[in-house]
Design a protein around this ligand. Structure first.
Ligand SMILES: Nc1nc2c(ncn2[C@@H]2O[C@H](COP(=O)(O)OP(=O)(O)OP(=O)(O)O)[C@@H](O)[C@H]2O)c(=O)[nH]1
Ligand SMILES: [Zn+2]
Length: 306
């Protein structure tokens, strides 16, 4: 039988079969040995085959190749990584201009990580009901930067429901992930899209005193309108991937399209002569904030997503 892993507690896996029935399954030892790089052999989002053994326990017998997956460093075994979730079709990055403010640095790290994981991103500008005229003007700057380089964005209000029909249409029949700073309204958004979810939300002012999240494992929920949403333990867990210096430019769409015009094939657009990328920054074709973040990330040996 074929199923999809919707929850993992480390020793048990909750599986959903196509007909809607769910099973609690275990794995056999060989999976643990076969996948030594990761502390968990099976993650939320994995497609698996399973059978019911003689003791009436569901046992996973096969894992299908993953389209993509997101990882974080294992807490206890530093050289190993932990797969948070797999087979993600689209990631929604929730951005707010105030309460809290989302910086360009935060957005760019997220986008680069998603590019490295091959996950398309849609930016959701939330709390549209609460902005002043000045903030709306600032939002236009964000939009011009990110829409120009090919990222779709939608102005929403998780509270009033503004444009949530558009979000729903993009989520329908897909496996999606919602990320963003603590307090941007992720839980509010998911609850508005499906009130049965009943995820915990909290006032922004509560965060500093509490300082932590309640969710520890990623979990996948089925939408009543079709598709799945993965609820992850938090944004910090998302941004961890090793990116080589020469690879980084490939995750900036606007640099990727121009780099063939640079004089040197191996140009990394820092101080090489006749660099098409630096020319584009100078004449305003590439946003300064994007280029500065490119330089910042280039300086970092291992990208930690903090
Ligand atoms: N004005 C306004 N407030 C919102 C909107 N969406 C969420 N909020 C408020 O923002 C606060 C934080 O919302 P949450 O949904 O808990 O945020 P979160 O992103 O899930 O936060 P974490 O669970 O810590 O990651 C709550 O007080 C919400 O009521 C919105 O569209 N407009
Ligand atoms: Zn160059």
């Amino acid at each position: 039988m074929k199923g999809i892993v919707i929850k993992s507690t480390g020793s048990w896996y909750h599986l959903l079969k196509e007909d809607g029935t769910t099973y609690q399954a275990r794995i056999r030892g060989k999976f643990r040995i076969a996948n030594i790089k990761h502390t968990n052999p099976i993650a939320v989002g994995d497609e698996v085959d399973f059978e019911i053994d003689k003791d009436n326990i569901a046992v996973i017998t096969k894992i299908y190749d993953r389209k993509n997956y997101i990882i974080r460093k294992s807490v206890n075994l530093s050289k190993k990584t932990h797969i948070i979730a797999s087979n993600i079709d689209v990631a929604f990055l929730v951005v707010t201009l105030t309460n809290p403010k989302t910086s360009f640095g935060f957005i760019d790290r997220f986008l680069i990580t998603a590019e490295a994981y091959h996950i398309p991103v849609v930016i959701l500008f939330n709390k549209m009901d609460s902005y002043t005229a000045d903030e709306i003007a600032e939002l236009e700057i964000y939009k011009s930067i990110y829409n120009t380089i090919g990222y779709e964005s939608i102005d929403i209000s998780a509270e009033t429901g503004l444009n949530l029909d558009k979000v729903k249409a993009l989520m329908k029949d897909k496996v999606s992930l919602v990320s963003g700073h603590s307090g941007v309204g992720k839980s509010t958004l998911l609850n508005t899209l499906n009130p049965d979810l009943n995820l915990k939300t909290h006032e922004v002012s509560d965060f500093n005193s509490k300082g932590q999240h309640t969710t520890t494992f990623a979990q996948m929920y089925e939408w009543p309108f079709g598709g799945f949403i993965i609820d992850t333990p938090g944004i910090k867990e998302f941004g961890l991937v090793h990116i080589d210096k020469s690879e980084l430019q490939g995750y900036f769409p606007e640099i990727l399209t121009l780099k063939y015009n640079c004089k040197f094939d191996n140009c990394i657009h820092v101080n090489e002569p006749k660099c098409a990328v630096r020319d584009a920054v100078e004449n305003g074709e590439i946003a300064i904030s994007r280029y500065e973040n490119y330089l910042t990330f280039l300086e970092e040996d291992i990208y930690t997503g903090k």
